[in-house]
Write a protein that binds this ligand. Sequence first.
Ligand code: HEM
Length: 284
Amino acid sequence: MFPWALRHLPGPHQELFRYREAVRGFISQEISRRKLRAPEASEDFISCYLAQITKTVDDPVSTFNEENLTQVVIDLFLGGTDTTATTLRWALIYMVQHGAIQERVQQELDEVLGTAPIVCYEDRERLPFTRAVLHEAQRLSSVVAVGAVRQCVTSTRLHGYSVPKGTIILPNLASVLHDPEHWETPCQFNPSHFLDKDGNFMVNEAFLPFSAGHRMCPGDQLARMELFLMFATLLRTFRFQLPEGTPGLRLEYVFGGTLQPQPQEICAVPRLSSCSPSQPPAGK
Ligand code: HEM
């Protein structure tokens, strides 16, 4: 009710404020460094935003200013780091849990990529099983279980329900990602959810980990790219398994904003047949 009061109350949230200040300080430094550069030498987000501030300096309704720039960069960091890293952690855990699926991904990567030195995003078209496995990891882990809090700006009707202006909306994304009407085995890891009968990759309209509509995640394309490149490269290079003597995986999530896996160790064992130009896999 009184968010400003939190600033003055002692407690663990003070640590959060300290981190927030540290991040703001780091971003301010980056902004200052961009300002010292020649405009034509700059092509990144901060430089483009600074150029926009200059362009709109005489526009009284412009929202381009340094304070907003700092906040937007914070939003991109907040939205883009934990989500992607957590999804990748779940994907590796599922690979340890489902050894046969991991091997099938590695077989596909070896067969399709051969001795190619790196994985490219375009390769996903030729890697339907790998792509399906990654989508399934994203679906089942459902790391952003509830989308961002939104408010309805105008009264509307949705599926027969009236939604008055001002209503607070909390999209329950996990309910869509685990909807038994859309997924054959909603609570089990099953890459077939994204494969047709011939083994081709198949889109499913209920795959909405990035939400939907005008305010859906603006980083979805970047996230898809990062996840594919990292997952394929990791699986190509290592076999993931439990360390010897470990009782088993812990699959219950911990809530920390996103649904995170519990801290646990898994081993990344270099694959003997790992594809590199100097060390082609057997038979290639
Ligand atoms: C697996 C990765 C990711 C998932 C699952 C994810 C999911 C989401 C979801 C569900 C929302 C709320 C959308 C809504 O309210 O309708 C969101 C918002 C957002 N995401 Fe992502 N995201 C991911 C990666 C990223 C990346 C890589 C970036 C940027 C670098 C990013 C930046 C943002 C920002 C800035 C918002 C707030 C947008 C707004 O308020 O209009 N996200 N994301």
